[in-house]
Design a protein around this ligand. Structure first.
Ligand code: HEM
Length: 190
């Protein structure tokens, strides 16, 4: 199977899973409570996983598991967007109307994710393909994908403003530390 075929199969899989989740949200009498939480924590988990891969790869170059996981960066990245989208959709359905949902963009609790993180996740998911890498050129593509750090900051603010500072501290502090360690030792690490 070529890279292109694999990408198409992956996208069909995502579309199917996304549709199943969407149907379960619309049918759930419990106002999509479990999907809301499950998708939020999955998005956080996949985000931390993808952001920790490069620093860990540089720090532990012999760690096979990191290299294996690194081959699935695209899938992990698209999962972040998909789960964040399901989480935002649950919120949209819970809000009752599109205008009420959109007005949440003015609320500081959601501003950082609605105006910064989600648009960035969307752009990064769309341009995560091999085709985009070739079209944009690897340097520009890499520069664009550095926006993920801005999206990360948006998520940290979102968690902090929604009473999840402890979670943000426990999950993102170690991540930010390994990221800083990698930047500080860029010349010594692979
Ligand atoms: C359009 C974007 C988003 C909207 C409208 C939104 C909305 C919300 C709302 C309404 C809450 C519940 C606050 C409360 O309990 O009072 C929440 C919590 C949360 N959000 Fe988001 N969110 C968005 C994006 C994200 C993203 C991108 C992530 C992670 C990558 C995320 C992760 C979380 C987590 C982990 C919680 C705590 C869940 C809990 O235990 O209740 N959110 N969000």
């Amino acid at each position: 199977m070529s890279n292109y075929d694999e990408e198409i199969c992956g996208m069909v899989n995502y579309a199917l899973l996304f549709s199943v989740m969407l149907v379960s949200i619309l049918w759930d009498p419990n106002h999509s409570r479990w999907q809301f939480k499950y998708s939020a924590y999955s998005a956080v988990g996949f985000l931390c996983l993808i952001l920790s891969l490069n620093p860990l790869k540089a720090m532990f170059p012999r760690w096979i598991l990191i290299h294996r996981l690194n081959r699935h960066r695209q899938e992990i990245g698209v999962s972040v967007f998909s789960y964040a989208m399901i989480h935002a959709l649950c919120f949209a359905i819970g809000s009752g109307s599109i205008s009420r949902w959109l007005s949440a963009a003015n609320n500081p609790r959601f501003m950082s994710v609605m105006l910064v993180s989600m648009p960035i996740f969307c752009i990064l998911a769309i341009t995560s393909t091999q085709f985009s890498k070739i079209k944009l050129g690897f340097k520009n593509w890499k520069r664009l994908h550095r926006l993920v750090y801005l999206a990360e900051a948006g998520v940290i603010v979102h968690l902090g403003m929604n009473g999840k500072s402890m979670l943000a501290l426990m999950v993102f502090l170690p991540l930010v530390l390994v990221q800083l360690f990698r930047v500080a030792n860029r010349d010594n690490l692979q």
